[in-house]
Design a protein around this ligand. Structure first.
Ligand SMILES: *[C@@H]1O[C@H](CO)[C@@H](O)[C@H](O)[C@H]1NC(C)=O
Ligand SMILES: *[C@@H]1O[C@H](CO)[C@@H](O)[C@H](O)[C@H]1NC(C)=O
Ligand SMILES: *[C@@H]1O[C@H](CO)[C@@H](O)[C@H](O)[C@H]1NC(C)=O
Ligand SMILES: *[C@@H]1O[C@H](CO)[C@@H](O)[C@H](O)[C@H]1NC(C)=O
Ligand SMILES: *[C@@H]1O[C@H](CO)[C@@H](O)[C@H](O)[C@H]1NC(C)=O
Ligand SMILES: *[C@@H]1O[C@H](CO)[C@@H](O)[C@H](O)[C@H]1NC(C)=O
Length: 462
């Protein structure tokens, strides 16, 4: 008998004693079913004769005597327990799966009565005791207990068979016959999950005609007309650069204007522009925001990269060399280019060592080398000798980490290339993170180009 079993036996004996003495004191308590919205709902369903409870609400365990007691699992993730042994509320029998299609892993009850994350991290629902996966997060399908990537692009759900899609991405229908994702018949339809030619919701700028289940266009320059109807525009529904013109229509604003009361009366401008006589006028080179004097001359208040000339109220290039941004009158630098340090007078001073990114107060000693170099004892730099090595702080011949797109083989002290379009990898076939614009297909570890319809993938979301 394990310590756990011993403890359970002792607990059961204690409980039995308690039940016996309670039964002696009061007549058997009648079962009362709680509504789901009760403060702490316990019993969900009583026996027809009301003598005991048959089913408890989640997070409760049913005792042998037919009572519901709250689960009390104190081990890690114990708060994920939704069903426990009523006679030992610390022993969990069922844990919380994940709902929806998001990216989080579900939980399952182990043989020890604890809640543990599903062994497959892409799994949202796995069976108690074994941890076998039955449902995976989007883009993945549960096959033989583990999650595999869905074969088809645009497929969100393929549990059971990675070739057979049961739910497709935006604007696509999962064809039960072929298991493929088909474009909705209506090109402006976003959701046709019921039938390929039956639309349930439309792209921005369109509204659903409930009778025909087709998408019909809003007014020009309008993004929503669910209330106003086809060919018209809802209140506040006009696109940026368009203004509400009354009567459910939108009118294009004048140039560089983002919002307007009418085509000729602008109320808000693009960055770098400001209102002058109801129109947007440029604030001038490098200027972000400005006002205009009565003659229409811009008075800049904030510059992009340069400094503000206090006399002319215009943006001028920073006066210091190697300066990336400067303050007020453009004579004081605020940030220097790589390989330079900011001196006291607001000037940029070159680091003495070549191939140095940052240096100390008197510029003599390099404090951070450029990629592929190391700092020597005297504060100079020397190149790492291993090809494609980014970091070799101890000795030039000893690579510690490789450039982006390469991985270190520490045995041979060399950098090998990752798979195509991969930023970092664990071996030459398996990518860990892809470069921008690519997503990593789990299971294969290859990087695939983000395509229209992949917007739901985190890597493909700008
Ligand atoms: C839950 O269990 C812990 C230890 O196992 C105990 O100290 C605590 O009193 C219990 N809480 C409830 C509400 O029974
Ligand atoms: C998780 O899987 C079990 C077993 O297949 C099923 O009974 C349960 O409804 C599933 N839960 C969710 C949230 O999908
Ligand atoms: C799943 O398991 C069965 C039985 O072990 C096997 O025949 C089948 O090929 C497996 N399917 C996949 C996709 O691995
Ligand atoms: C489906 O729609 C996409 C645009 O969302 C388009 O690129 C693709 O060619 C269409 N496929 C077919 C088979 O019409
Ligand atoms: C300002 O408007 C003009 C004319 O429409 C356009 O060519 C230009 O690209 C606009 N500039 C900005 C920054 O939007
Ligand atoms: C390192 O410094 C030398 C000397 O200034 C220069 O010729 C070389 O281009 C630099 N290499 C890199 C990668 O910056």
């Amino acid at each position: 008998m394990s310590a756990r079993d011993l403890r359970r036996a002792a607990l059961a004996a204690l409980l039995l004693l308690a039940v016996v003495s309670a039964a002696a004191a009061v007549a058997s308590p009648a079962c009362k079913a709680d509504p789901e919205d009760a403060e702490e709902p316990r019993c969900k369903r009583c026996a027809p004769d009301g003598s005991k409870c048959l089913e408890c609400w989640p997070a409760n365990g049913l005792t042998a005597g037919g009572q519901c007691v709250p689960c009390n699992v104190t081990t890690e993730h114990g708060n994920r327990c939704i069903r426990c042994d009523g006679d030992d509320p610390s022993f969990c029998t069922e844990c919380q799966p994940r709902f929806g299609m998001g990216g989080a892993t579900g939980y399952y009850a182990t043989a020890e009565g604890e809640c543990s994350e599903c062994p497959d991290s892409y799994c949202k629902n796995c069976t108690s005791l074994t941890g076998e996966c039955v449902a995976c997060n989007r883009w993945w399908g549960a096959v033989n207990g583990t999650c595999r990537p869905c074969v088809q692009q645009q497929c969100l759900q393929c549990d059971g068979d990675v070739n057979k899609c049961t739910q497709c991405g935006y604007g696509r229908f999962a064809d039960p016959a072929s298991g493929r994702c088909l474009n909705c018949t209506d090109p402006h339809c976003g959701d046709c999950s019921e039938a390929v030619d039956k639309c349930a919701s439309c792209d921005s700028g369109y509204t659903l005609d409930k009778a025909s289940k087709k998408c019909v266009a809003c007014a020009q320059g309008c993004n929503s007309c669910d209330d106003a109807g086809a060919g018209r525009c809802d209140e506040n529904g006009c696109d940026a650069g368009w203004g509400a013109a009354g009567g459910g229509t939108c009118v294009r604003c004048s140039a560089n204007c983002t919002d307007c009361a009418s085509g000729s009366k602008c109320t808000a401008c693009d960055t770098g522009f400001s209102l002058f006589k109801d129109k947007c006028r440029s604030c001038g080179p490098d200027c972000n925001a400005c006002t205009f004097d009565s003659s229409g001359k811009p008075q800049c208040t904030s510059c992009n990269t340069g400094g503000l000339d206090t006399a002319t109220k215009a943006c001028v290039p920073c006066k210091q060399q190697h300066c990336l941004s400067c303050m007020d009158d453009a004579s004081k630098c605020a940030g220097c280019a790589d390989g330079h340090r900011l001196g006291q007078a607001g000037a940029c001073e070159a680091c003495k060592a070549a191939n140095c990114s940052m240096c100390d107060d008197d510029a003599a000693k390099c404090t951070l080398p450029m990629n592929g170099f190391r700092v020597t004892a005297d504060g100079g730099t020397e190149a790492c000798t291993v090809q494609n090595c980014a970091w070799c702080s101890d000795a030039a011949t000893q690579c510690e980490s490789c450039a982006s797109g390469y991985n270190l083989d520490s045995k041979s002290n060399s950098c090998y290339a990752c798979p195509a379009n991969c930023d970092s990898c664990s071996n030459k076939d398996t990518c860990l993170t892809c470069v921008d614009g690519f997503w990593r297909r789990g299971g294969t570890g290859q990087c695939e180009k983000c395509q229209p319809g992949d917007e739901g993938r985190t890597e493909c979301t700008p």
